[in-house]
Design a binder for this molecule. Structure first.
Ligand code: ATP
Ligand code: MG
Length: 497
């Protein structure tokens, strides 16, 4: 049976689904088609056809995501879900496999919401030599369809980000130095992205006010974090590096966004809830802390980034940012804010602290610093928790999950040495002290250059100031455009302007 593309186009018109067809050589693999058309997986989707308890269901998901089977089954209300095989597919649709179109004869269609991130998306249209370009929002007009949240990025890690996309992240100067948890969980991935992506990083100095009310201390912290980032390899020629308070649009957008999130949802944010749980009374929690995730949403959405590289502890805030963006878009029926992806490394997103229990965190004091003086770093490493069951150096010890070996794996580039230390530890032929001494040496080698660079920079603050000034100028160009757009959408720009 020959598929009639003209008839298909008429059906789409009838439903009001804006579309266009693009011809290309016959190709089966999505990757090949996209390469040929110069598109990314972020701008394309596939239609998967399944059978669920005798019912035919089409699932539309973006090509850089996969369907979470658990969520799909829950959505369909049955465990009995199966992809159609080739024969079943051809019998049901009359199409060659791999050429499903969006009006296939199914009982219902589930569309994962990530598909709506791009205004237009490429998708099947019943032929292996023609691709459809659809207005994403119009997919909602497919008969018997509904929008669902069932697909996840193929790999929730830094490696899968699309080259060239905009990336944004910030760091709060709530302490005066970074620790290795910050470094491996956030700073190193951020720095790695500056070669391939359109990166924007900022020092969130307004966020620091939630905890720091001492002018001198704030100044020391801000300068410290700026120097740390530059010393660790942030290159102002490759990315936009600026200070939050230099770009007033962050505060302005925060005031607007607060209106698209409920008080109830804000009360569930960890930063606030954790404080309550540690016995702090509501009377002594400032509103800056309570509102912190709204300012963070503004920080992010101003730059409409594709992704935000951070540690695991920030996931909830990115989810909230997405909710705010979605509420806003829905309220005004616009696509003002693309929903940002949390870019969190599975292995490095939550590095354990020297107490061997909680995540490494400056406020918990269980850290290994990067730029502290050598004596301090020695002290931090020497007091690190190891294998609690091991009493003497001759007892066989446990390497897995042992913080001192987790840190060796991160810091010590002498792989032979690490391997040998692990073997001897397991065999009970090396003591904790020697393993720790070796870690101190490895720390010196790993961060020695950065420490030197930091002293050089510190001696020439003129350069640092200039970097931040230039960064703020570039950031404002983008930020002011987004704010103007938002004002227009909400009606603050009107006949009185
Ligand atoms: P605080 O205790 O004040 O919250 P912190 O040590 O958690 O400080 P932040 O300034 O909150 O550090 O975090 C800076 C960045 O480092 C964030 O992206 C955060 O997700 C990441 N990060 C913080 N701690 C870790 C950790 N232990 N492992 C991996 N990433 C981390
Ligand atoms: Mg934190």
């Amino acid at each position: 049976m020959k598929f009639d593309i003209k008839q298909y186009s008429e059906e789409l018109d009838k439903l009001g689904i804006e579309h266009e067809f693009i011809e290309h050589p016959e190709m089966v693999e999505v990757e090949d088609v996209l390469k040929y058309l110069g598109k990314t997986k972020l701008e394309s989707f596939s239609t998967l056809i399944m059978k669920a308890d005798g019912e035919y269901v089409a699932v539309i998901r973006r090509d850089d995501t996969k369907v979470n089977q658990g969520k799909l089954r829950k959505q369909l209300g049955t465990e009995n879900v199966k992809m159609l095989d080739l024969v079943e597919f051809e019998k049901l649709t009359g199409l060659p496999s791999g050429a499903a179109h969006i009006l296939s004869s199914v009982d219902r269609t589930l569309i994962d919401r990530k598909v709506f991130a791009s205004q237009y998306s490429m998708g099947g249209c019943g032929s292996l030599s023609v691709s459809g370009k659809y207005k994403s929002d119009d997919l909602k007009k497919i008969p018997n369809s509904m929008v669902v949240d069932i697909a996840e990025l193929v790999e929730d890690s830094i490696g899968t980000i699309h080259v060239g996309k905009r990336i944004l992240s910030g760091i709060t100067p709530s302490g005066n130095q970074l620790h290795i948890g910050n470094y491996f969980g956030a700073v190193a991935p951020q720095i790695a992205l500056q070669d391939t992506h359109d990166t924007h990083y900022f020092v969130a100095d307004l966020h620091a006010l939630t905890t720091i009310h001492d002018r001198d201390k704030l100044e020391t912290n801000i300068t410290g974090v700026v120097l740390d980032y530059l010393a660790l390899g942030l290159d102002s020629a490759k990315c936009v590096f600026f200070r939050q308070s230099d770009v007033p649009e962050h505060s302005q957008l925060a005031i607007v966004l607060a209106n698209y999130i409920s008080y109830g949802q804000m009360k569930r944010m960890h930063a606030y809830k954790d404080k309550l749980q540690t016995g702090t009374s509501e009377e002594s929690i400032n509103m800056g802390l309570f509102n912190y995730p709204i300012l963070m949403a503004a920080d992010i959405l101003l730059y409409k980034p594709y992704g935000v590289p951070v540690g695991e502890d920030q996931r909830q805030h990115i989810e909230l940012t997405r909710d705010i963006a979605e509420n806003f878009n829905k309220t005004y029926k616009t696509n003002t804010f693309p929903l940002p992806e949390p870019l969190i490394s599975k292995e490095l997103g939550r590095i354990i602290g020297t107490d061997g229990e909680r995540k490494m965190s400056k406020s918990l004091g269980n850290i290994i610093g990067i730029f502290d003086d050598e004596k301090m770093i020695e002290k931090q490493i020497m007091s690190c928790f190891t294998d609690p069951k091991r009493l003497k150096a001759t007892d066989p010890g446990r390497v897995e999950g042992n913080p001192i070996f987790i840190y060796h794996d991160l810091i010590n580039d002498n792989l032979e040495e690490v391997k040998e230390l692990k073997e001897r530890y397991r065999a009970g032929t090396v003591g904790d002290v020697e393993v720790k001494r070796k870690l101190i040496e490895a720390h010196k080698i790993k961060f020695g250059e950065a420490r030197e660079r930091r002293s050089v920079l510190e001696a020439d603050m003129g350069i640092v100031k200039k970097i931040l000034e230039d960064g703020a100028k570039k950031a404002r160009e983008f930020a002011s455009q987004t704010l103007a757009e938002v004002y227009k959408v909400i009606g603050e720009t009107n006949q009185l302007n």
